[in-house]
Design a protein around this ligand. Structure first.
Ligand SMILES: CC(C)(COP(=O)(O)OP(=O)(O)OC[C@H]1O[C@@H](n2cnc3c(N)ncnc32)[C@H](O)[C@@H]1OP(=O)(O)O)[C@@H](O)C(=O)NCCC(=O)NCCS
Length: 159
């Protein structure tokens, strides 16, 4: 069984590993090459620990991390599941937890940015009632450089 709970400091190294793997699965080839090059495992291990309060994790009985979400205000910022958990329904449970967090923070509508070419993620969000509200050039800083990621803005009412 897998359970979802708020992240703890001890989870964040595994979150960084999963984030690194999933980021490249979903983004490589769909964002500027310089951004892909800057998204190293080391970079994820640097940026992840301070994000513990934003994060909910899905952990299997054996303690292995199966997925995570990060929420900031009304933005569902990250939704990632391990390769072995894709297609299992776990991502749906994590997305529901992210939507619950946005609503609990007092927002009626949640939003997220998804890279245009990340077809699997876009299909997943649309299946869960998220609506495509158009182009969103998303500015990202990485490795001391600034990049623009071609994204779409999706929204959903959460309460
Ligand atoms: C995005 C993610 C969380 C979705 O979770 P998941 O368990 O893979 O999602 P599901 O399998 O339930 O749904 C994916 C949908 O895309 C479809 N799909 C699979 N591969 C696809 C592809 N290459 N192109 C288009 N659609 C695809 C699936 O058939 C399914 O649609 P369906 O329900 O109509 O059959 C997960 O794939 C993931 O962690 N990816 C890597 C990280 C990432 O990109 N995160 C999102 C950042 S915004």
């Amino acid at each position: 069984m897998t359970s979802i709970r708020p992240a703890e400091d001890a989870d964040m190294a595994a979150v960084a590993d999963l984030w690194h793997e999933g980021w490249h699965d979903g983004h490589a080839g769909h964002v500027p090459d310089g951004l892909t090059a800057a998204r190293t495992l080391t970079a994820f291990h640097e940026r992840t620990p301070p994000r513990v309060a934003d994060t909910a994790v899905a952990v299997a009985d054996d303690g292995s991390l199966q997925g995570f979400v990060m929420v900031v205000d009304d933005e569902v910022e990250q939704v990632f599941v391990a390769r072995s958990a894709r297609g299992s329904g776990l991502a749906s449970e994590l997305l529901a937890e992210a939507e619950r967090r946005v609503g609990a923070a007092g927002h009626s509508t949640a939003w997220l940015a998804v890279v245009v070419g990340n077809a699997r993620a876009r299909r997943f969000y649309e299946r869960h009632g998220w609506v495509d509200r158009g182009d969103l050039p998303y500015e990202v800083s990485a490795g001391g450089q600034s990049f623009v990621s071609p994204c779409r803005r999706y929204v959903k009412r959460v309460r």
